[in-house]
Ligand binder design. Structure first.
Ligand code: 1GP
Length: 252
């Protein structure tokens, strides 16, 4: 088993919650990039995710620069096959299971499959579920798929479990970057209770209260992006709030 997924499983076992800071290379440039790097150096999250649903900047040079500066593992969170970069430590190999667009279920995958296999990058097959975040998201627009309604936790669970049975290693509940409202706590609770895989939650999380709500409902790993683009200094508070979990647990 490879390192990043193994780390996620161990942390989950010990109830250590995890934070990923999402950086979109198109948005994170100039002074935002320098202040983000400074914040990441002094307050290291578990992971930095790199990607976006509509990113045009090269991930290769962005990740190289990031890895020179910051010691955190870099995980690719690509919006499409063109965003693949062998410079990352791992790749979330996303299937948009909530949608019915074959392009994002298998199409983009075969475009990048051979390059990914040759690269020897750690691949984490990820069941990606878009949940209504209170406004149309870029994922919805770009993928031409509809999100799962907020009150349909049963559909979210059935979709997540279908992903588990198909061999996915992790499930990501996504309200969309910049969502008005994050994934509902009741849905996170319901899905995490019925699923045997680690659960990632992201989209629209802007406050510590929302972060803790997601963790307490059953998220193992929370992804936060937008709020740090405006206020990189907030990374410190989010890292500190995450590290409180699982401190008393011992490795057996
Ligand atoms: C989006 O889940 C991530 O893919 C993060 O969302 O940018 O709203 O924090 P935000």
């Amino acid at each position: 088993m490879n390192n990043i997924y193994k780390t996620i499983l161990i942390n989950r076992e010990l109830n250590r919650k995890m934070l990923a800071v999402l950086l979109d290379p198109d948005q994170c440039r100039g002074s935002v990039l320098s202040s983000t790097i400074a914040a990441l150096k002094s307050n290291t999250p578990d992971f930095v995710f790199v990607g976006g649903s509509h990113t045009v900047t090269s991930n290769d040079s962005f990740i190289e620069l990031l890895k020179d500066e910051v010691k955190t593992s870099v995980v690719l969170f690509p919006g499409n096959a063109s965003q693949f970069s062998s410079h990352a430590d791992a790749l979330l190999y996303l299937s948009l299971l909530s949608g019915r667009n074959a392009e994002f279920l298998i199409g983009q995958h075969l475009t990048s499959a051979i390059a990914i296999k040759k690269s020897n990058i750690e691949v984490i097959p990820t069941g990606y579920l878009l949940i209504d975040g209170g406004k149309p998201s870029s994922v919805e627009y770009i993928s031409n798929t509809r999100p799962i309604p907020r009150d349909k936790k049963e559909i979210a669970l059935s979709t997540a479990v279908a992903g588990e049975l198909l061999g996915m290693r992790i499930v990501y509940l996504e309200a969309g970057s910049g969502a008005n409202i994050p994934v509902p706590a009741e849905m996170i609770e319901y899905v995490s209770a019925g699923l045997s895989l680690p659960l990632i939650v992201g989209g629209g999380i802007k406050t510590i209260e929302q972060l803790l709500d997601a963790f307490d409902a059953g998220a193992d790993l929370v992804v936060v992006g937008n709020v740090f683009e405006d206020q990189p200094g907030k990374i410190a508070e989010f890292v500190a709030a995450t590290k409180v979990y699982g401190v008393d647990e011992e490795i057996e």
